[in-house]
Design a protein around this ligand. Structure first.
Ligand code: GDP
Ligand code: MG
Length: 201
């Protein structure tokens, strides 16, 4: 098997995922596609840690600010500011409050195309518009409009790394190398093995 195609990605079950008793449902979605769980922990992150997590990518603040301003315009509303950095600063403050409010679960999932596959299963950022069949589309009904009106973060159950680089940085932040398990899953044989020998008796 070509190991270079095998990726690792970070998933966080956010406070609302735990409070809504959806841990099992969420884990099952990633598990049943064939990904391997190689790290798992539960903790209450500090507000500073949450900031560190979201600002690991120096471009996140600019990109997130632009995305949020665009979202306001698409629904015909004036954004509170036209400055992307100021905008994402406001989003970040709300995220710090949300993510440090109670326990979260951090997981590392490994497998072929893990980063993209996990984003696909997770769905788009806004539950109102994320696809049916995704976690955010199926289990939560929040929207930018409602969350912005209440001046809080959109509650979307999970975080998932957005790229291979983001995943690497996030996994290093949340896990020590020795906390990641190295083991084989029996199903990897049928998922990845070229020859499929040793199955028939
Ligand atoms: P993700 O990768 O899909 O989680 O999205 P981002 O990395 O852009 O944003 C991180 C988190 O910030 C999201 O999951 C939301 O909880 C929150 N968030 C992002 N953009 C907005 C926004 O425009 N409005 C509100 N209320 N929350 C947002
Ligand atoms: Mg993101």
């Amino acid at each position: 098997m070509d190991e270079s195609k095998i990726e690792k990605t970070l998933v966080l079950i956010k406070p609302d995922g735990i409070q809504r008793s959806l841990i099992g449902e969420i884990v099952q979605r990633y598990e049943r596609i064939g990904l391997k769980l190689i790290g798992l922990k539960m903790l209450v992150p500090t507000s500073d840690f949450v900031e560190k997590h979201y600002t690991l990518d120096p471009e996140w603040r600019m990109k997130n600010g632009e995305k949020t301003i665009q979202a306001y315009k698409e629904k015909g509303e004036n954004p509170p500011t036209e400055d992307p950095m100021e905008m994402s600063g406001m989003t970040l403050e709300k995220l710090k409050k949300y993510m440090s409010s109670s326990p979260v679960i951090a997981m590392v999932w490994k497998g072929a195309n893990a980063v993209k596959i996990v984003r696909k299963i997770t769905g788009g950022t806004e539950p109102l518009t994320s696809d049916v069949g995704t976690i955010r589309g199926d289990y939560v009904l929040d929207s930018y409009q409602i969350s912005d009106a209440s001046d809080r973060s959109i509650r979307n159950l999970v975080h998932a790394s957005g790229s291979v680089k983001e995943a690497e940085d996030e996994i290093n932040l949340w896990f020590k190398p020795e906390e990641l398990m190295k083991y084989k899953l029996v199903q990897e044989h049928i998922l990845y093995d070229v020859n499929l020998d040793g199955i028939l008796e």
